[in-house]
Design a protein around this ligand. Structure first.
Ligand SMILES: *Cc1c(COP(=O)(O)O)cnc(C)c1O
Length: 398
């Protein structure tokens, strides 16, 4: 017998086996425990479980479920952290992580370039409950330094911003936050759990929308908050189990299956994204191609240090504004116009009229979301087919 434990397994092995539990039937695939609750053999057993939950004991679906637990343990093993709590969506995870930590009188520093719904929580909701929020340009370390103070309870940012793919230096921001005792809460959707070791970089709490790469096939919504057992069980779990944002066992089962191919998919998608970023260079309809794996990306060195590749997303700016961008989108034949990301199907999004429509024009422009900007989530199709589709569509805008 080898002397390695589960902790020593490499990523692909963890993604197939970590967290698995077999029932007395010895099923090969993970079972779906589609049940609202659990029966107790005796009244005394029920009482004991309400006093303290043992390993592999459950009370009620909102608190936990065996299929959901398998998903939580698998993603915690992948991320290399102690514990996780799965949620109904990525936004349930962001909401729970921030609301479980913050209270009236606390201060939060957040990067300004956020997913629209994250910005709503940070800019509109938290201040309503007396949390003071300072927004900063996440790539400017001097702004983080100037914004933190003794009442700062947490800092929050997306490690790679949507849709402009700015990379934030997790280790440097963590150092600034930890100096005032603030927790580092990150939304790591764009960097994926495959390409970045967030806890090693100094993150305290890591959030994913599992709807994206973790499912990877556009089927279900899901989310997860990861951290220490102390944070997950003492701070986050009471908030989530009483407010109802838990993950459905069916969705956990879909995501457990999605995870088995997560590493293979992310690597293939990132390889294709790099090839496409190269393949679009020099097209006359383009003003700019942004990909963190390209040497001309403003934070290419940081991206290379922090992630082990440029990721699965890229953005490009079409000359001629919205009219030209719409011409390109409407001329695509393989690539689909939609707004998910991390999917097996390549998806093109026009952020300024869809995902970021809610913002004022001036705020959009300040974030680099111009009318000609198209975001591309690269899928599993053949990269050469995608390049031909994109170049053909770009010709329509010349
Ligand atoms: C999609 C997304 C979310 C929200 O996830 P849902 O599963 O749609 O609720 C949060 N943050 C980022 C960066 C995302 O891309």
């Amino acid at each position: 017998m080898s002397d390695r434990s589960e902790k020593d397994w490499n990523t692909r092995t963890k993604l197939v086996h970590s967290g698995s539990r077999r029932s007395q039937y010895g099923e090969m695939a993970e079972a779906i425990y589609l049940t609202q609750g659990f029966a107790y053999p005796t009244a005394e057993a029920a009482e004991a479980r309400f006093i303290e939950l043992g390993e592999d004991e459950f009370i009620y679906g909102r608190y936990g479920n065996p299929t959901v637990r398998m998903f939580e343990e698998r993603i915690a093993a992948l991320e290399g952290c102690e514990d996780a709590f799965a949620t109904a969506s990525g936004m349930a995870a962001v909401n729970a992580a921030l609301f479980s930590i913050l209270k009236a009188g606390d201060h939060l520093v957040s990067a300004r370039a956020l997913f629209g719904s994250c910005l709503y929580i940070v800019e509109d909701l938290l201040p309503r409950f007396g949390v003071e929020v300072t927004l900063v340009d996440g790539t400017d370390l001097a702004q983080w330094e100037a914004a933190v103070r003794p009442e700062t309870k947490a800092v929050f940012f997306e490690t790679m911003s949507n849709p402009t793919l700015e990379v934030i230096d997790v280790a440097a921001v963590a150092k600034i936050a930890h100096a005032v005792g603030a927790l580092v809460v990150i939304d790591n959707v764009f960097a994926t759990p495959v390409f970045q070791r967030s806890f090693d970089l100094g993150a305290d709490v890591v959030i994913y929308s599992a709807t994206k790469h973790i499912d990877g096939q556009g089927r279900v919504l899901g989310g997860v908050v990861l951290g220490s057992t102390e944070y997950i069980r003492k701070t986050l779990e009471p908030y989530l189990k009483h407010t109802g944002g838990s993950m459905s066992p069916f969705n956990a089962w879909v995501l457990l299956n999605g995870m088995q191919t997560l590493e293979l998919r992310c690597r293939a998608q990132a390889e294709a994204a790099a090839k496409i970023a190269q393949g679009l260079q020099g097209h006359g309809a383009l003003a700019k191609v942004t990909y963190p794996g390209l040497p001309d990306h403003p934070q290419a060195a940081l991206a290379a240090r922090q992630m082990d590749c440029g990721g699965t997303m890229l953005a490009f700016e079409v000359k001629g504004g919205q009219a030209a961008a719409f011409k390109v989108l409407n001329a695509l034949e393989i690539i689909t116009i939609s707004n998910n990301l991390g999917d097996a199907k390549t998806i093109a999004t026009h952020p300024s009229t869809t995902t970021h429509q809610r913002l004022e024009e001036a705020d959009r422009l300040a974030l680099g979301i111009t009318p000609g900007l198209i975001r591309l989530s690269v899928g599993l199709e053949d990269a050469d087919d995608l390049i031909a589709d994109l170049r053909g569509a770009l010709d329509a805008a010349l």
